[in-house]
Write a protein that binds this ligand. Sequence first.
Ligand SMILES: [Zn+2]
Length: 181
Amino acid sequence: MSPQYDPKRLDVNAFARDAGVLPCNESLSKFERLAVDAQELGNDVRVIWEAHGELKDGSGPTPQVWLHLQAHTTLLMVCQRCLELAPVEITANRSFRFAANEEQAAALDEECEEDVLVYERDFNLHDLVEDELLLAMPLVPLHEVCPSQPKMQVADADFEAEPEVKPNPFGLLAGLKTGKS
Ligand SMILES: [Zn+2]
């Protein structure tokens, strides 16, 4: 019998103590912030994620509370090279150590490289999954290999003036970075 965990109100201490495992396979529509960046949503875009808790014996008087998270989905995004939709795989894989309070978190942040979160009794793991996937999204989505030729030469008068110049993907990226924040 494994206890039921609520990803939106998770007692991380108990989850770690029980070495809890929480596998989820949810519709993208459950992740509102993530869904706004995806184009032409199909009915069945899934977000697959799994969390597990762990107590680690560290050097301190009490064991460390850890949460390990893996998440994966595939979104359709506009390729910035050819402007067609591209399926973009998004994967997050991170571990978090929970501090008992803000002071401990600040101290841990200074002395170690770990990702530290502050313990809350009703921790929203679902939001963390979404945050991690948002962070993992590419700023400039691209096909690995575009299915068609770039359209910029035709669309952009500057390219017509210099027909010998091939569109440079890095120049394109630079333009995107400075053009929009
Ligand atoms: Zn493309």
